[in-house]
Design a protein around this ligand. Sequence first.
Ligand code: B16
Ligand code: MG
Length: 218
Amino acid sequence: MSKKGFIFDLDGVIVDTAKYHFLAWRKLANSLGIDFTEVQNEQLKGVSRVKSLEKILELGNKTVSEDKFMELMARKNNDYLEYIENMNDDEILPDVPKILDFLRSKKQPISLGSASKNARVILQKVNLFETFDAIVDGTNVSKAKPDPEVFLNAAKELNMDSENCIVFEDSVAGVQAANNANMISIGIGEKEVLHEADYVFKDFTEISIDFIEELIKK
Ligand code: B16
Ligand code: MG
């Protein structure tokens, strides 16, 4: 059987931590007197911590010193870590284990491709750390999505060519990163938001095993 490299984003694809990132950023923005809505949050999905804070300050027309910037990032991350403290495998999104189990049964190489520096902690909490052949996260990359670096590194770790890799992503920046890497992009979320993806599904319950088999054969 042919092999494809399957690369999964973490937040919003494997687990619903996207909502905790939103809550932590909103808390921080509000504390600075900046309104922050779920629609604005779309621009932050998949984007690094530094870029996210830059965007929020831009929204509020605020500038801060470098020290203050570092303090705000730490504050957001502490709040986020509190939200995820008691996470367990109940928070894996529906049908994700079904797809991962199928890929493993077919000996398809699987990697994580996340912007998050907290990715390894989260995978451990939800008992998926051992499932991945490779883990590339915010600690291994220097350029944020939509730069393709994170997915190119994942392909390299899996020993796969880019054109034989498939990326699952919930963010606009992540879909663009997959496209920039010359990989097949599968958006998880709303079609209107993720229209640049090669395929879009609302969630993994909409993805059939037949579809995955077709991708492997392609
Ligand atoms: P951290 P992903 C991304 O993870 C999130 O979507 C994004 O909201 C977050 O700012 C970024 O990770 C950095 O996360 O603050 O934990 O390092 O979607 O690429 O898995
Ligand atoms: Mg994501």
